[in-house]
Ligand binder design. Structure first.
Ligand SMILES: Cc1cc2nc3c(=O)[nH]c(=O)nc-3n(C[C@H](O)[C@H](O)[C@H](O)COP(=O)(O)OP(=O)(O)OC[C@H]3O[C@@H](n4cnc5c(N)ncnc54)[C@H](O)[C@@H]3O)c2cc1C
Length: 456
């Protein structure tokens, strides 16, 4: 175990995770805690917050990948930023174990801990999925997906083997929630544009499939709106398969199963397989030793404190966002808990910061209660669906509402401006579907050049 000599020895407010919740809590607390003689420390394996609602737009090429993330160091000037992964918490001793990037492990002592490690992609034991699939939770996944799609299209255009070509031009997304629907819509948009630009290919070569196990998509919008989206996607040539699940994905050959009688519906090869069928609380919730519910979420209270199995608040322990089971006092949330979304994460984070300071000052705490403002999704350029503030929108107005809301919601003015300038560039110069090659083998060309001719 390495020592942490370079880290502050002031009383620490430790934030585990620098996503929506962690970044916002740090922004709210850093100056006040500093003035009181303490330090806010934010630990995250990534040096940035990922604005996840923009991941489909990164796939679609509307936003530059770097602009959909917010640098911790640049925007948290009064916070001690540690790039590492919290692997355990000993709350009795008020210490957390952190695995640093270089493999060293350090212990950080703290006064209060804020558990904000979010959620990870939830998968099922489907043969071949781990090898063939990709999620859509990180900026790296979004960027890789985009490049892979464009690479496959380019490669397909010179293929003579019809089976290989069909595989390269088949794109499948599993999961009909917001993320899956936005993702398939963006994929369709960029695939059509890239195929149009390639004279060796035609749109009839392309197959785009959405697989959803339930009888409907997008539980966040009304049933008639969801049906409208299905119709809309089908009109764009996307095969929307409801009540269908993925049975196997060995070697990229997808087996689709009818949910009713478990019979095989279809079997085909797909070069792209995106899995967006659900999220689960980050595993650090369990390894922290704090009480978790049956879904692995930290047991939370309306005051955003972690509670013990009897529902009593644990002093000095706080949680919010996707990692927490926070009671939904409006009564609208499934099972009585807030749904895992950014709308709650952001508001909970602000209240958590206030309550943490109030607890230190011996003042009373406020309970979190938030009526949903509705949801709005982008379905590719100029297309969308949603019910912001209860108003049903489709098409261009919904798309505008989606961009307007998220353009304003991404943290920091600097990021808002960068994202807006991406959109302006697209308006002026059209969609950018340049793919970057060799991202995973960036030294390939240099190695070839540096290898003596005799060894080649
Ligand atoms: C594709 C997509 C689209 C979405 N669109 C919308 C939308 O339109 N509207 C909406 O309201 N919501 C949307 N969401 C959901 C929303 O992004 C999440 O609800 C929100 O990010 C939750 O915030 P959080 O802070 O709890 O978790 P996150 O933002 O996920 O942050 C968790 C952080 O913890 C870090 N971490 C993980 N493990 C550790 C560890 N062991 N130690 C330290 N740090 C750790 C992670 O690196 C991450 O930075 C979308 C999600 C996705 C994936």
């Amino acid at each position: 175990m390495a020592t942490s000599q370079k880290l502050s020895d002031k009383p620490r407010t430790l934030i585990v995770g620098g996503g929506y919740v962690g970044l916002t809590v740090a922004q709210q607390l850093q100056k006040k805690v500093k003035e009181a003689g303490g330090v806010v420390t934010l630990v995250d394996p990534l040096p940035y917050m990922t604005y996840q609602p923009f991941l489909p737009e990164v796939v679609g090429g509307h936003i530059e990948a770097r602009h959909a993330v917010v640098s911790h160091r640049k925007h948290l000037k009064d916070t001690e930023v540690v790039t590492g992964k919290v692997t355990g918490v000993d709350h009795e001793a008020r210490t957390a174990t952190v695995e640093l990037d270089d493999g060293d492990t350090i212990e950080l002592s703290y006064q209060d801990v804020v558990m904000a490690a979010g959620a990870t992609t939830r998968t099922f034991p489907i043969e071949g999925l781990a090898e063939q699939g990709i999620g859509l939770k990180t900026i790296e996944e979004a960027l890789t997906l985009r490049n892979q799609i464009l690479d496959d299209i380019e490669a397909a255009s010179t293929m003579t083997d019809e089976k290989a070509k069909a595989r390269a031009l088949t794109f499948t997304v599993v999961g009909g929630g917001f993320a899956g629907i936005e993702c398939i819509a963006e994929i369709e948009d960029i695939v059509r544009a890239a195929v149009d630009a390639n004279p060796r290919l035609s749109q009839s070569d392309v197959r785009i499939v959405l697989v959803e196990a339930m009888g409907r998509i997008m539980p966040e919008v009304s049933e008639d709106q969801a049906e409208g989206v299905v119709e809309h996607l089908r009109s764009r040539g996307i095969e929307v398969l409801l009540n269908t699940s993925l049975g196997s994905a060995v070697d990229g050959e997808l087996q689709l199963i009818d949910m009713a009688d478990k019979s095989e519906i279809d079997r085909f090869e797909s070069g792209t397989l995106v899995w967006t069928a659900g999220v689960a609380a980050n595993a650090v919730a369990k390894s922290s030793g704090f009480p978790v519910d049956e879904r692995g979420r930290l047991k939370g209270s309306p005051t955003l404190q972690i509670v013990d199995d009897e529902g009593r608040a644990i002093p000095g322990a706080w949680t919010a966002g996707d990692v927490a089971a926070t009671p939904d006092l409006t009564g609208a949330g499934p099972g009585g808990f807030c749904v895992p979304n950014a709308q709650h994460a952001l508001r909970q984070a602000k209240m958590l910061a206030k309550n943490l300071l109030a607890a230190r000052a011996g003042e009373s705490l406020t309970e979190y209660k938030h009526e949903s403002l509705g949801a709005v999704a982008g379905l590719g350029l100029y297309k969308g669906v949603g019910n912001p503030l209860g108003v049903k929108l489709t098409g261009f107005p919904a798309w505008l509402a989606h961009r307007g809301y998220h353009g304003m919601a991404i943290p920091t003015v600097e990021r808002k401006v960068r994202v807006a300038s991406n959109w302006l560039n697209e308006l002026l110069f059209g969609r950018d579907f340049t793919q970057l090659r060799d991202l995973e083998t960036p030294r390939r060309q240099f190695e070839e050049a540096a290898t003596p001719a005799t060894k080649k």
